[in-house]
Design a protein around this ligand. Sequence first.
Ligand code: FE2
Length: 380
Amino acid sequence: MHSPLSSFENHLPRRVITGRGASQSLAAVCQTNGWSRVFVVSDAGVAGAGLLRQVALPLRAETFAEVPPEPPIEVVDAIAVRIKASGAEAVIALGGGSVMDAAKVASLCVRHGKAAREFVGIGKAGGRGLPTVLIPTTAGTGSEATFVALLTDPATGNKVGVVDPCILADTAIVDPTLTDGLPAQVTASAGMDALVHTIEAFIARVATPLARGLALEAARRIGRSLEVVCCEPGNTAARDDMAIGSHLAGMAFANSSCCAVHALALPLGGRFHIPHGVITGCFAGEMMRHNSPACAEDFAALALALGWGAVDGAAFAGRLDAVADAIGLRAQLRRVAVPSDAIASMARDAVAIHRLIDPNPREVTEADATRIYWAVLEPV
Ligand SMILES: [Fe+2]
């Protein structure tokens, strides 16, 4: 049963600018802050889609547009070297979660003169980094609203997190036009991840009242628009809902927590390079089936906000499975053959991620994690 915290603290970006065309205000944002020299971090997909040119050209800034997906820790150090050499006063990130996360940690490296690895963990920043402007080009990660950055440790294959309110954006700019041309698979996986953020932020043991309010509004927008935007990529109203909804969901889990779906997602994503939202989307139903005895009231409230009507726990979980199927996530997961002998070590690693397992509304043992991996992956 959910018992709201009696004392709590919330952390949000200092300034948020939203709306179609909002990214056009970037030059004005730089001017207002007195930054004469900024550095832009992005990736090849964003550059190839013409968005880097469109957004960053007026700044005449140095750019690093080669952030790889699931960025290894060392890439962040390489970016930091470039930023430092440029003499930039602020860092602009234009891209999805990987780009924004790399930029957040690179800004710490530059300001504090340390390697990215030294910031891994909770509360290791030791003060804010260079100022950041985070501009998402996908609708899902919510990274522009959070103080988590996920990187890959090439030594172990595991995802590692830099978690500290000091990496919150100075300014987040949420411009849905940047998501209009997103490929269908990214629209689906990122959008489903936002839905999972919403649910986990709402049901987590550590959810603040602010987070629960944000999660319900995120659920309202994502519920009515996720499947629509996957069927009708040109539906701008649905694109707007997903951009704002995923941003609100990011704010929600930043002031609550993600839970066990994300704990199981990290070892799997680190080992098999399956898109994060494909994993969280496919595991959500089975994990909510597990959580159901502890979440009756919360699932009822979420289902209403999502537009699913009055459903019980079993139907709520079934509905999540149905969405993952309908938007093609299950098919994407099936393309990767996960060997059955990988499951034991993934289950062991997953339950050791206490920052995600402990807030889960129902205990998840290693045996539970093993059972859920088997049920969802149907390994070879
Ligand atoms: Fe996620």
